[in-house]
Write a protein that binds this ligand. Structure first.
Ligand SMILES: *Cc1c(COP(=O)(O)O)cnc(C)c1O
Length: 428
């Protein structure tokens, strides 16, 4: 049995400080059971917990760590910058540098604004869309996560086109009903929503690679239909690329599908493991943001130099020739290894270096209603059995895994061996 004595002690203490003992709910291990591991350190593809257990990590801090833990170039960039002062509340050269790295290599946006989290990026993008169009309603899709701001913590009621109902306490009904929630991959529902609400719709927001509720890959055809409907009704299309940005290629899903949204949000990878989010659009749209325009958005620590330095170092790695090709090869090596081990019980979905293990047979899944909640019990068993064998997956069956450039073929092969042992042990 995995020794968790120190993690247990730390968790007990943490519960006396924080709700549920954590500062973000999924970390509490509620859906897989047991005590969360308290992480002591990470290097490359590995993490060590407080009890000294070592794991091959496929959570990667939920996405940001595309170059692995403590990448030497990132560490150097952070420490060098921090030594010169950590925040000024005034512009620095580093903001220009990160912006230039991004904008020069991404033809889908030509102005950007840095914020401090994905939630903030999305919240600001929605405000911009509303300010720009002068409309109020927004469309979101069931199974997409866009951070925890009020208007986006909303789920659909029953029926094809419904006004949202809040999925958290503390959200006014008046806010929730400005959000229309539609099923993914459903053209009819989308068309009906636009026909019904027409010029009330400020924007539609989607994770073009939905990766927060399983990996619900959409067809390009559906995304293009969404793009075209938005255009014809004068609504803005927001691609929330907080996960997919810089992950499935440097230009994210916009580049992968070659579709031009009106606004794109980023987070996670962009900050190299430090808190950075961003939103970008064409110049004509971004000029509506203060101080140029009348859509207000600000941040004491926005564009923080240490965070910029981390982002610059990481994105510089991402831009090296062959980076994404190599990453994808490794991810494919992993999933090619795991899929046969699952037999008829499930499969692994993958795009680039994002993968999701699903225990719902071998069929393709593209909307959240197709996920069998009972399958999560199997994930729970797998998660525990993998921990015993030195592999760390994010502690929820609805979460995807990430391969980093720090994973070696040996790490991958060891992981496949661990999966084999784990699956045999739990007899799925
Ligand atoms: C993680 C995520 C967010 C929220 O970002 P935070 O930095 O956690 O606030 C928003 N949208 C998507 C698609 C995400 O994956």
């Amino acid at each position: 049995m995995l020794k968790r004595i120190k993690s247990e002690k730390l968790f007990l203490k943490a519960k006396s400080y924080f709700p549920g003992g954590v500062n973000s709910p999924v970390r509490a291990f509620k859906s897989v059971g047991g005590v969360p591991l308290f992480i002591e350190k990470g290097r490359g593809a590995h993490i060590w917990d407080a009890d000294g257990n070592k794991f091959i990590d496929y959570c990667g801090s939920w996405g940001p760590l595309i170059t692995g833990h403590a990448h030497p170039a990132i560490v150097k960039s952070i420490t060098g910058t921090a030594a010169k002062g950590s925040s000024f509340g005034a512009p620095t050269r580093l903001e220009n540098e990160l912006a230039s790295l991004i904008l020069k290599n991404n033809r889908y946006i030509d102005r950007i604004r840095f914020v401090s989290s994905g939630t903030e990026a999305v919240m600001s993008a929605i405000r911009l869309a509303r300010g720009y169009t002068g409309r109020t309603k927004i469309i979101k899709f069931e199974g997409c996560y866009h951070g925890h701001s009020d208007g986006l913590l909303v789920k659909g009621g029953s029926g094809l086109v419904t006004l949202g109902i809040s999925s958290s306490a503390g959200i006014p009904e008046a806010v929730a009903k400005e959000t229309l929630v539609l099923p993914l991959n459903d053209k009819a529902a989308l068309k009906q929503a636009f026909q019904k609400y027409k010029k009330d719709i400020a924007c539609a927001i989607i994770e073009p690679v939905p990766a927060n509720n399983g990996l619900l890959l959409q067809s390009r055809d559906f995304l293009e239909y969404l793009h075209d409907l938005c255009a014809s009704y004068g609504a803005m299309l927001i691609f929330d690329e907080v996960i997919s940005g810089f992950r499935i290629g440097f230009t994210g899903a916009a580049g992968y599908y070659n579709l031009q949204p009106d606004i794109i949000t980023y987070g996670k990878i962009i900050g190299g493991g430090l808190p950075v989010g961003a939103y970008g659009a064409r110049a004509e749209v971004m000029k509506h943001i203060a101080p140029d325009g009348d859509v207000y958005q600000a941040g004491t620590l926005s564009g923080n130099p240490v965070a910029m330095a981390a982002g610059i170092a990481q994105l510089t790695e991402c831009l090296k020739p062959g980076f994404y090709e190599n990453l994808e090869k490794k991810a494919k090596r992993l999933t090619d290894g795991i899929i046969p081990l699952l037999g008829n019980a499930g499969t692994v979905f993958r795009i680039g270096s994002i993968f999701w293990i699903a225990f719902t047979g071998r069929k393709k899944i593209s909307s959240s209603s197709e996920i069998d909640p009972n399958s999560m019990l199997k994930f729970k068993l797998l998660h525990a059995a993998l921990l015993e064998r030195g592999v760390y997956l994010g502690p929820s069956g609805y979460e995807v895994g990430f391969v980093s450039s720090a994973h070696t073929n040996k790490d991958i092969d060891n992981s496949v061996r661990a999966f084999k042992g784990a699956l045999e042990a739990i007899k799925i």
